[in-house]
Design a protein around this ligand. Structure first.
Ligand code: UDP
Length: 236
């Protein structure tokens, strides 16, 4: 049983086909997180911003990469506030902390304070990524998990229930790994997360559970260690 988990949600996970946000998804994610908190597990969340913009769109937009990264980080703050709103609508006390100060809407990121919130049973959502361009929210998840000493990162994927030896959407014979070391992920260039995030998890000995958040109640199952998933760790 985990004591403290860091849930990584991508921005796209909150979106619908027609819009930036899906009410249905926000309510479902919030309800599941509520159950995890009621299970007695401390929950921190890092949220992405891919439903708004990603740094890799810089060329397409004709805008400098650092500028687009700033836009991306601000997108994650909007997502963090959406998650906070959805959680508080269900009575779950939640704090947002941002790596870029914007004290009118959220607390600044203060690790000790984040830990205190978690100990009090509050959910903490980290927005604005690392606060630096050229990083991803996967790296943010690795960093924050290390800083708050989370037991595990629960990496929610859309439509894929773990790490495969080839793309399961292309190759029907693709095989899912039960467990895998970070070294194997790096050597085989498996698309789990970017290499900066992978190295950070490896160096700081953080376990990662890659699971499909499109399966019913899978956030709850992942937090209980019951989801069909791939476990990535330093040693397996
Ligand atoms: N970003 C950044 N620094 C960070 C985290 C994020 O510059 O520490 C920017 C980057 O442009 C990234 C975007 O914010 O593409 C959105 O984050 P990400 O792509 O990780 O979101 P996700 O794919 O998880 O929705």
């Amino acid at each position: 049983m985990y004591k403290r988990v860091l849930l990584k949600l991508s921005g796209e996970a909150l979106a619908s086909d027609s819009g930036i946000f899906s009410r249905e998804v926000l309510e479902d994610v919030a309800a599941q997180i509520k159950t995890v908190v009621e299970d007695g597990i401390e929950v921190a969340i890092v949220v992405g911003g891919g439903n708004f913009v990603r740094g890799r769109m810089a060329d397409e937009l004709g805008i400098d990469r650092t500028q687009v990264d700033s836009m991306g980080m601000l997108g994650t703050v909007i997502n963090a506030l959406a998650i906070q709103g959805a959680l508080e609508a269900q009575g779950v006390p939640t704090r947002v902390q941002t790596a870029i100060d914007m004290i009118k809407v959220a607390e600044p990121y203060i690790p000790r304070r984040a830990v205190r919130h978690l100990e009090k049973g509050r959910v903490v959502v980290f927005g604005a990524g690392t606060g630096s361009a050229f990083f991803s929210t996967d790296t943010t998840a690795a960093l924050r998990a290390s800083e708050i000493k989370a037991d595990v990162i629960l990496m929610a994927k859309n439509g894929v229930d773990g790490v495969y030896d080839s793309d399961p959407r292309v190759n029907p014979n693709a095989k899912r790994y039960e467990s895998l070391s970070y070294k194997e992920v790096l050597q085989q260039e498996l698309a789990v997360m970017d290499s900066t995030a992978t190295s950070m998890c490896m160096d700081n000995d953080i376990d990662l559970i890659v699971f499909n958040m499109n399966e019913k109640n899978n956030i709850i199952k992942a937090a209980r260690g019951e989801a069909t998933a791939t476990r990535v760790a330093r040693e397996v």
